[in-house]
Ligand binder design. Structure first.
Ligand code: CO
Length: 276
């Protein structure tokens, strides 16, 4: 598209500086780095020569990391730095799973920064993993094809859960999963559905063997402690107590390339929204 007819627009192609900011919730666990490094590598392969950076939305995680000597910027700081460094087109990619609290906070920060005097020419935000009907269909396909199950087996996915209304994405996923592949169920640590709902479903299906799989991007505290920890309240322990034989998968969605490529599709959509 040519916008050069407006003679006040003096930006020449050579002065364009495009950059990508990947934004995750963040984790203090070293095990999370496998997923983050994989995401970075896959994005770098698609956008060679482009400056790619990270920011974390969780101030709690950033503070804990800082105490360990690791400094990760907030989205506000990271984007401000990019503006100061002369980036003209910034694509911000949400590495979150649902459009919940963290994603909406990110969108609001970007809306404010778009209004900055002498700011970037354009800032676009890429959608989280789940946003549209098509996203859910694609995610369900990846879930089903990544973890097939035999008779009396089922896969229970551990979602985070949210007080935000977009928590309904998890129930929505179960609806889609029920139609397309009825040996999968997703429940959450901090929202609805709960593990109790999953147990009721397992009984109804006559399942005896369960595989627990993270539906969070990284293997952090929730996976290591709440999903398959040694403590009494871990899902692993509770399911075993209910008589199921249980296996845990210690691999976040950020380590699964088919999920990562869905995020990258959203990144490309945002990248292509810039008018230059
Ligand atoms: Co949490």
């Amino acid at each position: 598209m040519s916008r050069t007819s407006n003679h006040t627009s003096t930006t020449s192609i050579s002065s364009l500086k495009k950059g990508i900011l990947l934004v995750a919730f963040g984790s203090v666990e070293a095990s999370a780095n496998t997923a983050l490094a994989n995401i970075f590598e896959k994005v770098s392969a698609e956008f060679s020569g482009i400056d790619i950076r990270w920011a974390y939305t969780s101030s709690f995680i950033r503070k804990k990391l800082k105490a360990k000597g690791v400094e990760i910027d907030s989205p506000l700081t990271a984007i401000s730095k990019m503006i100061d460094e002369g980036f003209t087109h910034i694509t911000v990619q949400s590495m979150h799973t649902i459009p919940g609290v963290e994603y909406n906070y990110l969108v609001e920060v970007v809306e404010l920064l778009k209004k900055m005097p002498k700011g970037a020419q354009s800032i676009e935000v890429g959608k989280p993993l789940l946003y549209s009907h098509q996203d859910i269909e694609k995610v369900v396909r990846v879930m089903d094809e990544s973890y097939p199950a035999q008779e009396q087996e089922a896969v229970i996915w551990m979602g985070h859960g949210s007080p935000h209304f977009s928590n309904v994405f998890y129930s929505g996923l179960n609806q889609y999963l029920g139609h397309d592949c009825n040996h999968h169920f997703i429940c959450t640590i901090e929202g609805y559905p709960t593990l109790d709902d999953a147990i009721k479903w397992l009984r109804l299906k006559g399942v005896t063997k369960v595989t627990l799989v993270p539906f969070v991007s990284v293997v952090g505290m929730h996976v290591k402690k709440d999903m398959c920890g040694d403590n009494e309240k871990s899902w692993l322990k509770m399911l075993k107590e209910e008589g199921f034989s249980v296996e845990c998968v210690l691999k976040g969605t950020g380590e699964m390339d088919r999920f990562v490529s869905l995020w990258i599709t959203h990144l490309k959509d945002a990248w292509n929204k810039h008018l230059v």
